[in-house]
Design a protein around this ligand. Structure first.
Ligand SMILES: [Cu+2]
Length: 356
C-alpha cells in the first residue's frame, strides 16, 4: 500500500531534481462551482499588457511560488502573501456550504488553517485596506498524534486539496477567505517555518447571526509560537495549531483518514462510565471537534485498524457512508484507517530532505 509519507517522498524526489518548489492555490470549488485562482503568470501579463485575467484569488507577487517567513509576521505580507492586492472577482457560497481549495503539488508537513474576514463593502475594492481586515478562524487541521500525521499530508492524499465547511452561523456578507498552509519542516530553527497564505474573495449567502471577533493579520502569529518554533523531528505528544481560537461553529479536522478503500473504524470511549461507542465504516473518515483536540491512546483496540479515543467528558460519533465519520462539539473524536497500525515508523521515514 502506498502511504502518505511515501507519496510525500516521491514528491520530494521530484522537487530535488529542480522542479519549482513550494506551492499555491490554483483554484477553488465553492458549492460545486469552480473558480480559477491567481496565477503567477498574471504578474507578467500585467507587466506586458497592463491587464490580467479576472480571478477570485488575490493578486500576489510571490514569483518564486514561495512563502512568508516568521520575520515578516508583523508586516502586511503575512495577510495575503507578498504585496497582495484585492482579487477582481468574487465567488459565492452558502453558509453551511463548502469551499474546496486546490493546491499545486504540495511537498511539506504542517497545519492547514482557514480564516475569514468580512469586508466593509466589496472585497474587490482596490482601495480596500487589507491591514484593517479582522480574521476569524473557521477551520483548522493540525497534527494527529495517534498516527503522527500532519494535516498537510492529508491534503496531499486528497489530491492536494482541502475542503472547508463554511459555518452556518457566519453572517451573510462579503468575505476574504485566507487559506494557509504553514510548512514546518524547518521549524526547529527560529524563523524556519514557512507560511503560505492564499486569499480569495467569497460572498457568503444565507448566513447566521454569529458575532465575529477577529484578529488583525499582523497579529495572528509570532515567531516563537509553540506551533511555529518547535522540533518536528521527534515523536510529538501534542501540537498547538498557531493563531487565534477557532470560532464557535468552526471545524477542527485534524484527523483525516483518506486512503483508498480501507474501511475505517472509529471507536470512541468516555471515561464517564456511560461509554458511547459508535462504529463508523467509511472510505473517508473525518473526525471533527469544535472545541477539543482529539486525545488518543496508543492502546490497541480489539481490531487492528482501530484507534481508541479517550475523552474526559462525553464523546459521540456519527457515521455516514462516505464522508464525515465522527463529530463532537464538546469532546473528542478520532478515526483512523489501517494506516494507524503502521504509524510507529512513519516519523522516521520522513526524511529531512523535504527542506526546500
Ligand atoms: Cu517549499
Amino acid at each position: 500500500m502506498v502511504n502518505k509519507f511515501q507519496t510525500a517522498a516521491a514528491l520530494v524526489g521530484a522537487l530535488a531534481s529542480g522542479v519549482s518548489a513550494h506551492g499555491h492555490v490554483t483554484g477553488i470549488v465553492a458549492d460545486g462551482v469552480y473558480y480559477g485562482g491567481f496565477s503567477l503568470d498574471y504578474y507578467y501579463d500585467e507587466e506586458n499588457t497592463g491587464t490580467f485575467p479576472e480571478s477570485v484569488g488575490w493578486w500576489a507577487e510571490d514569483l518564486d511560488n514561495g512563502y512568508i517567513a516568521p520575520t515578516a509576521y508583523n508586516t502586511s505580507d503575512i495577510i495575503c502573501h507578498l504585496d497582495a492586492q484585492p482579487a477582481n472577482m468574487t465567488a459565492t457560497v452558502s453558509a453551511g456550504g463548502s469551499v474546496e481549495f486546490q493546491w499545486t503539488a504540495w511537498p511539506h508537513p504542517g497545519p492547514v488553517i482557514t480564516y475569514v474576514a468580512q469586508c466593509a463593502s466589496d472585497c474587490t475594492d482596490p482601495s480596500l485596506d487589507k491591514s484593517t481586515l479582522e480574521w476569524v478562524k473557521i477551520d483548522e487541521g493540525g497534527f494527529d498524534v495517534p498516527s503522527q500525521t500532519w494535516a498537510a499530508y492529508d491534503l496531499i492524499a486528497n489530491n492536494n486539496s482541502w475542503t472547508v465547511t463554511v459555518p452556518s452561523e457566519l453572517p451573510t456578507g462579503n468575505y476574504v477567505f485566507r487559506h494557509e498552509i504553514i510548512a514546518v519542516h524547518g521549524s526547529e530553527a527560529l524563523n524556519g517555518a514557512q507560511n503560505y497564505p492564499q486569499c480569495v474573495n467569497i460572498a457568503v449567502t444565507g448566513g447566521g447571526s454569529a458575532t465575529l471577533s477577529g484578529t488583525l493579520g499582523t497579529e495572528l502569529y509570532t515567531p516563537t509560537d509553540p506551533g511555529i518554533y518547535f522540533n518536528p523531528y521527534t515523536t510529538l505528544l501534542n501540537y498547538t495549531i498557531p493563531g487565534p481560537a477557532l470560532m464557535v461553529g468552526g471545524t477542527n479536522q485534524t484527523v483525516t483518514a483518506t486512503t483508498g478503500a480501507a474501511a475505517a473504524t472509529s471507536a470512541v470511549a468516555s471515561s464517564s462510565a456511560s461509554a458511547v461507542a459508535v462504529a463508523a465504516q467509511s472510505t473517508t473518515a473525518i473526525a471533527q471537534s469544535s472545541t477539543a483536540a482529539a486525545a488518543a491512546s496508543s492502546t490497541a483496540a480489539a481490531q487492528s485498524s482501530t484507534v481508541a479515543v479517550q475523552s474526559t467528558t462525553v464523546a459521540a460519533a456519527a457515521a455516514t457512508s462516505s464522508t464525515v465519520a465522527a463529530q463532537s462539539t464538546t469532546a473528542a473524536a478520532a478515526a483512523a484507517t489501517t494506516q494507524a497500525s503502521s504509524s510507529c515508523n512513519k516519523k522516521r521515514r520522513h526524511a529531512r530532505d523535504v527542506v526546500v
